[in-house]
Design a protein around this ligand. Structure first.
Ligand SMILES: CC(C)(COP(=O)(O)OP(=O)(O)OC[C@H]1O[C@@H](n2cnc3c(N)ncnc32)[C@H](O)[C@@H]1OP(=O)(O)O)[C@@H](O)C(=O)NCCC(=O)NCCS
Length: 203
């Protein structure tokens, strides 16, 4: 069986990524369901579904911290979902639970961690290393040799120039242009990107 954990808006997009490859979603699992059905697929609670240890699962929740917490609590086979209209080099390494949306481009010898989101039309260039639970938002561009730490969120339309090291659990604002290395937990906005604050570890 294939289950999506989280009947969220992001879950809708993940479902359609799987549709593009003719992979059937059997149910959304959601312990705080706001509806019984989404995009024609039933929404059930984890107690209704029972053991999913041998099933395929993707955690379809956009928040990186919640996705991480859930991934530690769930035992299942975490699938990779790649839209048929994403362009991913054969030399790219991708770990389980990661989702690649329509129009995304991932180029040669990049490595992507587990439970990441490479959103619609995002570009991750050659030789990048993305940690686990990273989210690259729509239309963001990560150029070559960039390193991004665990849990970092790159906002929509942001650009990172080559050879930059971005720490863990960083937030990069929509449209920011990153031209310098960024420390862990920083929140960065603007062009050129400036740090406006630091988040706490569990924020
Ligand atoms: C960066 C961001 C996380 C900051 O959110 P926040 O912590 O709530 O911060 P605030 O809205 O209080 O803004 C703080 C300051 O930064 C400025 N700012 C916020 N976002 C900015 C952005 N993207 N670019 C430039 N300036 C920005 C605000 O104008 C404000 O400036 P001021 O103090 O001079 O008034 C958020 O604005 C953002 O850009 N998120 C990205 C969302 C996104 O791309 N989601 C993708 C979903 S798929």
């Amino acid at each position: 069986m294939m289950y999506l954990f989280g009947a969220s808006g992001h879950g809708k997009v993940v479902k359609e990524v799987l549709d593009s490859k003719n992979v059937k979603v059997d149910a959304f699992i959601d312990d705080k369901p706001l509806k019984k059905e989404q995009l024609g697929v039933s929404v059930v609670s984890s107690s209704q579904i029972g053991s999913i240890i041998n099933d395929q699962v993707i955690i379809s929740i956009g928040n990186n911290l919640i996705r991480k917490d859930l991934s530690k609590k769930i035992t299942a086979n975490f699938s990779i979902a790649k839209h048929k209209e994403a362009t991913v080099s054969k030399t790219v390494e991708i770990k389980g639970g990661t989702v690649i949306m329509a129009g995304a481009v991932i180029n040669a010898e990049t490595k992507i961690g587990k439970h990441c989101i490479i959103n619609s039309n995002a570009v991750v260039e050659h030789d990048c290393i993305l940690g686990d639970y990273v989210h690259i938002s729509p239309n963001a561009t990560i150029t070559g040799n960039t390193i991004i730490g665990e849990g970092t969120h790159v906002g929509t339309g942001a650009t990172v120039i080559p050879n930059i090291v971005i720490g863990k659990w960083v937030t990069i604002g929509a449209g920011a242009v990153i031209i310098k290395d960024i420390p862990d937990y920083a929140v960065v906005v603007g062009n050129p990107g400036k740090i406006i604050k630091y988040k706490k570890e569990n924020e």
